[in-house]
Design a protein around this ligand. Structure first.
Ligand SMILES: Nc1nc2c(ncn2[C@@H]2O[C@H](COP(=O)(O)OP(=O)(O)OP(=O)(O)O)[C@@H](O)[C@H]2O)c(=O)[nH]1
Ligand SMILES: [Mg+2]
Length: 210
């Protein structure tokens, strides 16, 4: 499976028609600075698609990108048949960032919760990104509770991407992943990854494709 032709469509801060589009949606959520935008750029192979922030809290709206998922039925055959599907990649900001004014943060919180619990979007997959060095924070645990409760009912699946794994050595990686699993249990899938080096990318693409 490949993700092609990604392009920015719309950034929204409140209710908008695009939320209820019939296209399937793949959502990216996580606290500020964990690497959501870098990950979207990596998966789509388009470096400049989403702006990467030097300062945390850059993404203050819900950004919609259209993209084509291309599935090859049999990649080993030279003339394999391909199936294309137009979808939306959705970049959601984390709402825990202290420098956002309280009022704006609360509005964002409501909006994000609505996105995951209303059942009015055609949401299929959720990628919750965390910083593997920092581990799980309050925001992540709150999100996991929401996704666990509403996902099965509304027909979406979620995965945790432990990003920035390139910053850890093998021993630290093992220790930090162990800690994450102790907190959330073995049944939730965790993919160690680096949006910078591309490590773990194939595992995530495989998860998205099925
Ligand atoms: N070492 C390392 N740095 C990364 C990785 N992914 C992202 N970064 C860096 O982390 C910083 C934040 O990345 P962004 O992709 O802007 O993070 P974000 O989650 O979109 O941040 P907001 O939009 O502010 O919520 C940037 O300096 C990136 O270059 C990674 O896998 N490894
Ligand atoms: Mg961002």
């Amino acid at each position: 499976m490949e993700i092609r032709n990604a392009r920015f469509v719309r950034g929204i801060v409140g209710t908008n028609d695009i939320l209820k589009s019939k296209r399937k949606q793949i959502a990216f959520i996580g606290r500020s600075n964990v690497g959501k935008s870098t990950l979207i750029n990596n998966l789509t192979g388009s470096k400049g698609l989403v702006k990467i922030s030097k300062q945390p809290g850059k993404t203050k709206q819900i950004n919609f990108f259209s993209a084509t998922l291309t599935y090859s039925n049999n990649p080993r055959q030279e003339k394999s048949t391909k199936r294309n599907e137009e979808i939306y990649l959705v970049d959601l900001p984390g709402y825990g960032y202290a420098k956002i004014p309280q009022e704006q943060r609360e509005k964002m919180r409501k909006m994000i919760l609505w996105y995951f619990i209303s059942g009015e979007t055609n949401l299929k997959k959720v990628i919750l990104i965390i910083d593997s060095k920092a581990g799980l924070k309050e925001f992540d645990l709150e999100m996991i509770d929401v996704l666990k409760e509403y996902g099965p009912e509304l027909g979406y699946q979620f995965v945790i991407v432990a990003n920035k794994i390139d910053k850890l050595n093998q021993k630290q990686t093992h220790k930090n992943l162990q800690k994450i699993k102790e907190k959330i249990g073995e049944e939730i899938k965790v993919i160690p990854m680096s949006a910078k080096t591309g490590k773990g990318r194939n595992d995530l693409m495989e998860w998205i494709g099925v």
